[in-house]
Design a protein around this ligand. Structure first.
Ligand code: SF4
Ligand code: SF4
Length: 107
């Protein structure tokens, strides 16, 4: 499920690729707040594969099922401009920003 992202905020001006989000699959309940706030379409929401389900606990699998059977994934990490909007927007505290593949400076 994709939703229209809001316009980029003024502070969303970091170089793409320096940071990127990581989602903790044991916390994500697929509530899609990250998709709604990200101005650059970094996230997507989709059903999990059998392989992806295997690493989850039965409780997490049940919670995902109860929320529609989907989780968020970082589908376009290179598009992240490190605005930080997704981190506080996640109600499950499932998102962290980490050094991206294009990082050239220390965090
Ligand atoms: S906001 Fe958090 S819980 Fe909701 S889909 Fe994104 S990572 Fe998952
Ligand atoms: S920090 Fe989060 S909200 Fe901001 S561009 Fe990166 S993924 Fe999107």
């Amino acid at each position: 499920m994709r939703t229209s992202p809001p316009a980029p905020p003024a502070r969303c001006d970091d170089a793409p690729g320096r940071l990127e989000p990581r989602i903790d699959p044991l916390r994500c309940e697929g509530k899609a707040d990250c998709l709604r706030v990200c101005p650059h379409g970094v996230f997507d929401l989709r059903p999990l594969s059998a392989e992806e389900k295997r690493i989850l606990t039965p409780l997490v699998r049940f919670k995902i099922w109860a929320h529609g059977g989907k989780q968020a994934f970082v589908e376009r990490p290179d598009a992240c401009q490190a605005c930080g909007l997704c981190v506080p927007a996640c109600p499950e505290k499932a998102i962290k920003l980490v050094r991206g593949a294009g990082a050239t400076v220390a965090l």
